[in-house]
Design a protein around this ligand. Structure first.
Ligand code: FEO
Length: 399
C-alpha cells in the first residue's frame, strides 16, 4: 500500500494493527502502531527510513510496485533503531551502492546493528541535499531519543520528517491528525512522551527552540509512528514544550499492590481523605499488579504527587511495586512529590523501603509515610483518611 501525501511525498510504510508490545515487553501498544517510510520524488528520488524487520520483505515488494528501485538516488536513515532501519538489509541487497545519509552516530549504530559497510554519507545540522527543485535540510536531533536521531525538512512543501518525535503508537485507517478521534490521538501522544521521551525533556526544549530559530515554515510534520500532523502542526510542537517543562496536572495518583486487601483499603481511605481536603484534585488509584504499567506511568507523568503502597513480604515489597518504581527511577520525572504507605503483619519494612526508593527516583518526599498493622480496623482507616487530608494539604501548600 502506498499513499500520496503531497505533490512529491508518498507514504510507503507499514501499519501494524496487531502490535501489542514494543521495545520487547517495555511498551504496551493497545492500538498497534505504524512504521512510516516516505518516498520523496523530485528530479532525484529519496527514500526516508524503512520499516521494522518482520515487514522487510513486504516493504521491499510494495516499494517495487511504487518505483523501480534503481531510481532511488538516496536513502535517508533518520534513526538506526530497528523499527525504522529493519528493512535496510533487504533493500540494500537490491541497491547495494545507494548512498545512505545519516548522522555520524547513525553510521555507528547502523554498522553496530547490521555489520555492513554500506555507502554511508555523514550529515550534520544545516547540511542540504538537493533533489532538483527542492532540497532536504538535515537537523541532528541527538537524544530524541537516541544519539543518532535526526530530522529532515523538505523545502517548498515545508514538511518536517521528525522520525520518533511527535509520534504515537497508533494504527488507524487514516493518515492525518484532523481525521482521527482527538482524545485517542492525544492519549497515545502523551503516553509516548511520558514513557519514551521524559528523560530527554531538556533535549526536547533545546531542539524545538533551535528548530524555531531556523524560521522554517511548516505545513506538515511527518512522524515515523502513527498519524501525521497537517492541521495546525504546531499544536503538537507546543504540547511537547508544555510536556518538556516538568509537566503536571492537578492530579494525585496512588499506586499500590495488595495481598489480602489491607493495602488496598488503605489506598482507598487515603484517596477519600485527599478528596475531602481538595475536591478539585483528580485522584487516581492504580493497582499495579492488575494495571498496564505504561498507562500507570502516563498517570505518574500527569501527577503532581504519587503515593506508593505495598504490604511487607519477606522484609521487602511486592514485585509489581518494585518494578514500577524501577521504571519511574529510569524516567527521571521532575517536580513530583511522593510518599509511601502499606500494611504489615510483623516486621513491616515496606514503607521505609518504598520511601528510600522514591528518594532514589528523585521525588520530593512529603513525609515518612504511613503503615498499618494487619488488616486496617476502623481506627486505622480513620488515620488513613486523616493522612490523605494531610498529604493533600502538604502537596497544595508547597505548589
Ligand atoms: Fe521508533 Fe527509536 O524508534
Amino acid at each position: 500500500m502506498s499513499i500520496k501525501l503531497s505533490p512529491s511525498v508518498t507514504w510507503v510504510g507499514k501499519k501494524d494493527w496487531e502490535l501489542r508490545e514494543f521495545h520487547g515487553m517495555e511498551y504496551s501498544t493497545h492500538r498497534g502502531s505504524s512504521y512510516n517510510s516516505y518516498l520523496v520524488r523530485d528530479e532525484k528520488v529519496a527514500l526516508i527510513d524503512t520499516v521494522w524487520l518482520p515487514f522487510a520483505d513486504e516493504f521491499v515488494k510494495n516499494l517495487k510496485k511504487e518505483i523501480d528501485l534503481s531510481e532511488i538516488d538516496y536513502i535517508i536513515a533518520n534513526h538506526a533503531e530497528v523499527d525504522h532501519s529493519g528493512a535496510l538489509p533487504e533493500l540494500m541487497k537490491e541497491i547495494p551502492d545507494t548512498p545512505i545519509y545519516c548522522t555520524r552516530n547513525g553510521v555507528r549504530s547502523l554498522k553496530g546493528h547490521y555489520h555492513q559497510d554500506w555507502n554511508f554519507v555523514e550529515v550534520k545540522t544545516g547540511d542540504r541535499l538537493s533533489l532538483g527543485k527542492k532540497e532536504l535540510i538535515f537537523i541532528e536531533a541527538r537524544m530524541l531519543h537516541w544519539p543518532d536521531s535526526m530530522f529532515c525538512y523538505l523545502t517548498e512543501e515545508q514538511i518536517l520528517f521528525s522520525n520518533d518525535a511527535f509520534g504515537q503508537h497508533y494504527a488507524t485507517e487514516f493518515m492525518f491528525n484532523d481525521q482521527v478521534d482527538q482524545a485517542e490521538l492525544y492519549q497515545e501522544a502523551i503516553k509516548y512522551y511520558a514513557n519514551i521521551l521524559t528523560p530527554f525533556s531538556s533535549f526536547v526544549e533545546k531542539k524545538i527552540n533551535e528548530f524555531v530559530s531556523l524560521n522554517l515554515p511548516l505545513s506538515m510534520i511527518c512522524t515515523s509512528h502513527g498519524i501525521l500532523w497537517r492541521d495546525n502542526p504546531l499544536q503538537i510542537v507546543e504540547k511537547y514544550m508544555e510536556w518538556a517543562g516538568d509537566y503536571q496536572e492537578n492530579q494525585i495518583t496512588l499506586i499500590y499492590d495488595t495481598m489480602w486487601n489491607g493495602t488496598r483499603r488503605m489506598a482507598e481511605a487515603i484517596a477519600s481523605g485527599i478528596r475531602a481536603a481538595d475536591p478539585e484534585v483528580t485522584v487516581k488509584l492504580c493497582n499495579i499488579g492488575r494495571s498496564d504499567k505504561n498507562d500507570v506511568i502516563t498517570e505518574v507523568f500527569k501527577s503532581k504527587a504519587v503515593l506508593v503502597g505495598s504490604p511487607t513480604i519477606n522484609k521487602g515489597i511486592l514485585t509489581a511495586v518494585a518494578a514500577i518504581l524501577e521504571e519511574i527511577r529510569g524516567l527521571e520525572f521532575k517536580n513530583k512529590k511522593a510518599a509511601a504507605f502499606g500494611s504489615y503483619g510483623w516486621s513491616g519494612e515496606s514503607v521505609k523501603m518504598i520511601t528510600g526508593l522514591l528518594k532514589e527516583c528523585g521525588m520530593e518526599l512529603i513525609d515518612d509515610g504511613i503503615r498499618v498493622m494487619w488488616n486496617p480496623d476502623a481506627d486505622s482507616i480513620a488515620k488513613c483518611v486523616e493522612y490523605g487530608k494531610q498529604a493533600a494539604a502538604a502537596v497544595s501548600k508547597t505548589e
